[in-house]
Design a protein around this ligand. Structure first.
Ligand SMILES: NC(=O)c1ccc[n+]([C@@H]2O[C@H](COP(=O)([O-])OP(=O)(O)OC[C@H]3O[C@@H](n4cnc5c(N)ncnc54)[C@H](OP(=O)(O)O)[C@@H]3O)[C@@H](O)[C@H]2O)c1
Length: 326
């Protein structure tokens, strides 16, 4: 009995001492990660791009504004807000101060489609996907290597090994090559030598997952059929994977599957994941770029055909109407 009490006390004190750095603070995923860590008595350094506004009503609801979410999170026990941007090395250094791990749940804000289609933004711009999905990861690897305490980077990306898949092309075309740069960020982690857990979730944002669906994980970046997953499930995975040393140097695809094929929680799945061992393709960037270029040509051809057919139809209608009145 005494042994178990001591064991519980030491686990509790370990949790209490732990501090995790989180990015994507006000995002739908990041906010749930931070709330979950705070509930587990884990201290949090949360990177915040906007100033705290004490005049708003704190809220973490799906439709709450960033300022409301930031204020809500800043009031949670153990949460410290760190002002900065993941694309800025100095911010990342400050963020990981005294932390044991980073959960990087940030991602580019959707650009106006015209800006992305016509490549109006330079790759070096801080809001370009290259900066947000690649340079930020480079920064994190740098600061983790310098840090004495920080031992793991958990990075949320997405499926991105099929440069010509429909949704990949679409997201690359309309999102400043977001998929391509997320994959390149993954490659940085895999070749960095630091302990990482890359999480490739399904489609987040729907909360009406059927009750007969359960969690599934595929390690080694293997494929699973794309399904809806909730932000809360992926927040659970981001936090829980820190407890598993065998989840270091893994690339995990996280989807939902039919009952009987998966588990109700991530614990039994995480117990069995293994470090990456296959050869991940190293030359996908050019293929991603080619896929997006071809997609843009196809889209432009559709638009040209649509416009010329519409003009022809309008011309014949106006000719017909004018004929009636003459
Ligand atoms: N939604 C999906 O279905 C899905 C699927 C697969 C993967 N993912 C990836 O999962 C991650 C989180 O998804 P989500 O739904 O939570 O996205 P989200 O709600 O759009 O949140 C993105 C967060 O990233 C932050 N951010 C953007 N640029 C940043 C920068 N330079 N430095 C620091 N923070 C920055 C934003 O901060 P501000 O509030 O300051 O703008 C926002 O808090 C993203 O990386 C996304 O690409 C999403």
């Amino acid at each position: 009995m005494r042994f178990f009490v001591l064991l519980l006390l030491s686990v509790a004190s370990l949790c209490a001492a732990m501090r995790v750095a989180v990015t994507g603070t006000t995002g739908l995923l990041g906010r749930q990660v931070i709330e979950r860590l705070s509930n587990k008595n884990i201290k949090v350094n949360a990177l915040l791009r906007h100033p705290i506004d004490n005049s708003v009503t704190p809220s973490i609801d799906k439709d709450a504004k960033s300022t409301q979410v930031a204020l809500y999170l800043s009031q949670l026990p153990g949460v410290t807000m760190v002002a900065g941007d993941a694309t800025d090395l100095a911010s990342c250094k400050q963020l990981v101060d005294n932390c044991d791990a980073i959960i990087a749940a940030h991602g580019p804000v959707k650009p106006p489609p015209i800006q992305s289609l016509f490549r109006l933004l330079s790759e070096s711009d801080p809001v370009h996907s290259r900066s947000v999905n690649y340079v930020s990861v480079q920064n994190m690897i740098y600061v983790v290597k310098e840090s004495k305490s920080c031992k793991r980077i958990v990075r949320v990306t997405g499926k991105g090994e099929e440069p010509t898949a429909f949704f990949t092309v679409l997201i690359n075309m309309l999102g400043n090559m977001a998929k391509a740069w997320n994959y390149e960020g993954e490659q940085l982690l895999r070749t960095s030598g630091v302990d990482y857990t890359i999480i490739r979730p399904g489609v987040m944002g729907r909360n009406d997952i059927p009750t007969n669906k359960v969690r599934a994980l595929a390690d080694n970046g293997q494929d699973l059929k794309v399904t809806a997953v909730t932000h809360s499930q992926i927040a659970e995975l981001c936090c829980d994977c820190l407890d598993y040393s065998n989840a270091a140097k893994t690339t995990l695809t996280a989807m939902n599957v039919d009952e009987g094929l998966g588990e109700d929680s991530y614990a039994p799945l995480l117990e069995n994941v293994k470090a990456d061992s296959r050869e991940f393709p190293s030359t996908l960037l050019e293929e991603h770029k080619r896929g997006a270029r071809n997609g843009a040509v196809i889209l432009a051809s559709f638009v040209a055909v649509f416009v010329s057919v519409s003009v022809a139809v309008l011309k014949s209608i106006s000719g017909f109407v004018l004929g009636i009145f003459h």
